[in-house]
Design a protein around this ligand. Structure first.
Ligand code: HEM
Length: 225
């Protein structure tokens, strides 16, 4: 099933669902239909009272969720013995970047009206914005070099090293979320724990690999070899 192109198409459509939600709510804001009737009853059961909050929160939530899912692909494929899960990692990562762009655009457009001076002041002065901006900026090289052509150009090892930037993105995203919530810290703490476990897994694997390499290097060659 994981090898079928239908699975990929299904995942693509699932990743588009939050965008569909945004489009439906935007149409409802613009057209002001009767929400208790027809297809609107299903698409937009209730109109969010504050459009800025709606766009910011929905896009921010999906960006962090998809970052965590992207980070989880490697441990899951190893632990569950499902190597084919790798086929979906790039798509999920690119969707994380896509929703990150929408999230940043919401801030630039609706919150700051593209006032560059205001934006820069905010990035420099408000720690949660600095952390969010860092998370976003670190995603840019990942998205730009996500193609097979870039893997070839950089070489597997250098490409893998560059793509460790995702660890920085994930940490900065959690800090951003933790710093912005006012009282209920449960969700940012949950994301922090998930990211912590996923990074710890990588650390343990890398330490074990190095220990194995060291043991192999000091092992005497078998007699007669
Ligand atoms: C990878 C990058 C980013 C991730 C994962 C992310 C994630 C999030 C999350 C999860 C929320 C809270 C959503 C909720 O409460 O339901 C949020 C809110 C917010 N984010 Fe981001 N964000 C990122 C980048 C940015 C950037 C670059 C900016 C602006 C420069 C930004 C500005 C904001 C603002 C203004 C809020 C709303 C704060 C509030 O409600 O008081 N974020 N973000």
């Amino acid at each position: 099933m994981l090898r079928s192109s239908w699975t990929k198409i299904l995942l693509f459509l699932l990743c588009l669902a939050p965008l569909g939600h945004i489009v439906a709510v935007t149409l409802a804001y613009l057209l002001q239909p009767d929400l208790s009737r027809g297809v609107w009853r299903i698409l937009v059961p209730s109109l969010p009272p504050n459009p800025l909050d709606f766009y910011t929160h929905l896009t921010g939530d999906w960006t962090i969720r998809l970052i965590v899912i992207t980070l989880a692909v490697t441990p899951l494929r190893k632990l569950l013995g499902l190597p084919d899960l790798i086929r979906f990692r790039r798509m999920i990562g690119l969707f994380a970047f896509f929703y990150g762009c929408l999230h940043f655009l919401t801030y630039l457009w609706f919150d700051k009206l593209f006032d560059l001076h205001e934006i820069w002041k905010d990035v420099a002065k408000r720690p949660f914005i600095t952390a969010g901006f860092t998370a976003f900026v670190l995603m840019v090289p990942l998205a730009l070099t996500s193609t097979k052509g870039w893997i070839r150009r950089l070489g597997g090892k250098r490409w893998q090293r560059l793509h460790r930037l995702i660890y920085g993105t994930a940490i900065a995203a959690v800090v951003h979320y933790y710093w912005l919530v006012k009282s209920d810290i449960r969700l940012p703490v949950l994301y922090g724990l998930l990211v912590g476990v996923l990074l710890l897994y990588r650390l343990v694997v890398s330490v074990m690999k190095r220990a194995q390499q060291r043991t192999a290097a000091v092992k005497p060659a078998p007699a007669g070899a």
